[in-house]
Design a protein around this ligand. Structure first.
Ligand code: F6P
Length: 464
């Protein structure tokens, strides 16, 4: 499974460059994410992954990882600014996330987006053996399916959108909207995180392109394009094993001790992105402190904010706002040696994250819009003790599945505050019942199940 050779096309390659003690550099497989999902599947001849190696300039030569050939697609600094920072992350990203920040558009960004998409399509066309499955990932590469089909009509092409796909009223604002839709229609199967995204896509195809659709099928150029929802997940087994390890359990106890053994620890783990609702969460926490409903040092908040897209304006502005708010809360409610918010602007490895998850009593996931939100699923996967409670925004894709979480509307501050207090004060038998149910669900809906479901639908699109 799958029966044909597989080529994955994604903006990033699944590798990181590590600097060894000797100063030498080495490429290592990135932990987690898509690559661990595909590891059991991505074996065999002709399997390759096409993507960007993470720095501008000529493409480096890369080793195979776990039998998968890596092919780097180069981009210049100017292309990176116009394609990645520009069209992908300043036009599409905000627009597809409900325009929670104003999307901007420049024609030179669109030109770079087309150019880089064409480069990815050419690399895939060159790498794919006859009749291979090619799986294109995410919003950076929406034009690739049609470009690739033109070069290689023998291939079976899939596309999966990791981020939300907006309703027609929003999508229609985007300049070059018809080109984007036609790009996606080059695929045989267009997958989304939730059924709403799939429905939005079908409605847009009818309204913007005037094509005939039937349920989740679209007829185009004598072909049928299938559309469906395939909620992505995490490597539940790997995370659970990690969280059960002696080392991680000791680290979790150490974290609690380092925080002064408070009664309750609230935890947020996010990329520092304006879609994640970090400001809303901080505001709710500040009001709870002001109302005296939570008190330092009995309760503390740990907020991990992983730096992301740091040169993009909205991200710079967000960092300033978040850090000002954290400073304000600590100034007002912290004590000597006991801050109210422990703010960590860095990334953590898998083991450190698992320890934080185990240490946290309440995991706070409050995006204003999110395709899925894997942090919520990682938290549940790590809680082998059935401890902890998950407060989850109903605007995260994960809320469709993790129904036993404390679901909140992060825009409604009072709702958010009540849910936080509800989760903090809940009877342990109630939180354990909720956690058990979510864990039972995730065990059968892990990332490998996701990849298998998608790839079988791509190979044999029956009964979608
Ligand atoms: O959620 C979409 C996504 O592209 C993920 O695949 C990725 O982990 C994250 O956003 C950050 O992406 P990047 O650092 O490549 O902009």
């Amino acid at each position: 499974m799958p029966h044909s050779a597989l080529v994955v096309v994604a903006n990033r390659l699944p590798i990181d460059e590590a600097v060894l003690e000797s100063g030498a550099r080495e490429w290592r497989r990135s932990p987690g994410g898509l690559v661990s999902a595909l590891r059991p599947i991505l074996q065999g001849d002709g399997t390759s992954w096409i993507g960007w190696a993470g720095s501008t300039g000529p493409a480096p030569d890369l080793p195979d990882i776990d039998g998968v050939a890596l092919r780097a697609v180069p981009q210049s600094q100017e292309e990176f600014e116009n394609y990645y920072e520009g069209f992908a992350n300043s036009t599409i990203w905000p627009l597809y996330h409900d325009a929670v920040e104003q999307p901007t558009f420049h024609r030179r960004w669109w030109e770079a987006y087309q150019r880089i998409n064409r480069r990815f399509a050419a690399a895939a066309a060159e790498a794919a053996p006859p009749g291979a499955l090619v799986w294109v990932q995410d919003y950076h590469l929406q034009l690739v399916p049609a470009m690739l089909r033109e070069l290689r009509p023998d291939l079976r092409i899939g596309f999966f959108m990791h981020i939300p796909f907006p309703p027609p009223e929003l999508f229609k604002q985007i300049p070059r909207r018809a080109d984007l839709l036609r790009g996606l229609l080059g695929a045989d199967l267009v997958g989304f995180q939730v059924p709403g995204g799939a429905r939005n896509f079908v409605r847009l195809i009818e309204r913007v392109l005037g094509l005939r659709t039937r349920h989740n099928e679209i007829e185009v150029d004598g072909r049928v394009v299938h559309v469906g929802a395939f909620p992505i997940s995490v490597d539940v087994g790997e995370l659970e094993e990690l969280a059960r390890s002696e080392e991680v359990r000791a680290q979790a106890a150490q974290i609690r001790a380092d925080l002064g053994n408070p009664d309750r620890i609230l935890l947020g783990v996010d990329r520092l992105d304006y879609t994640k609702g970090i400001e809303h969460r901080l505001k709710a926490y500040r009001e709870l402190l002001a109302d005296g409903r939570v008190k330092v040092p009995n309760t503390v908040l740990v907020q991990v904010a992983v730096p992301s897209r740091e040169r993009v304006e909205h991200y710079k502005a967000l960092r300033e706002k978040v850090e000002r708010e954290v400073g304000g809360i600590n100034g007002e409610y912290g004590r000597l040696g006991v801050p109210a918010v422990h703010y960590l602007n860095c990334s953590y490895n898998r083991a450190e994250l698992a320890a934080l998850y185990l240490a946290a009593d309440v995991m706070v996931v409050t995006p204003l819009r999110d395709g899925m939100n894997l942090v919520a699923k990682e938290y549940v996967a790590c809680r082998h003790d059935n401890g902890g409670a998950l407060v989850l925004s109903e605007f995260a894709g994960a809320a469709h599945e993790l129904k036993q979480a404390y679901l909140v509307n992060p825009h409604d501050l009072d709702d958010l505050k009540d849910s936080l207090v509800g989760a903090l004060e809940a009877d342990p038998s109630d939180t354990a019942r909720r956690m058990r149910a979510m864990r039972r669900y995730l065990r059968t809906h892990d990332v490998t199940a996701w990849a298998r479901a998608y790839l079988s639908a791509l190979e044999f699109p029956v009964g979608l």
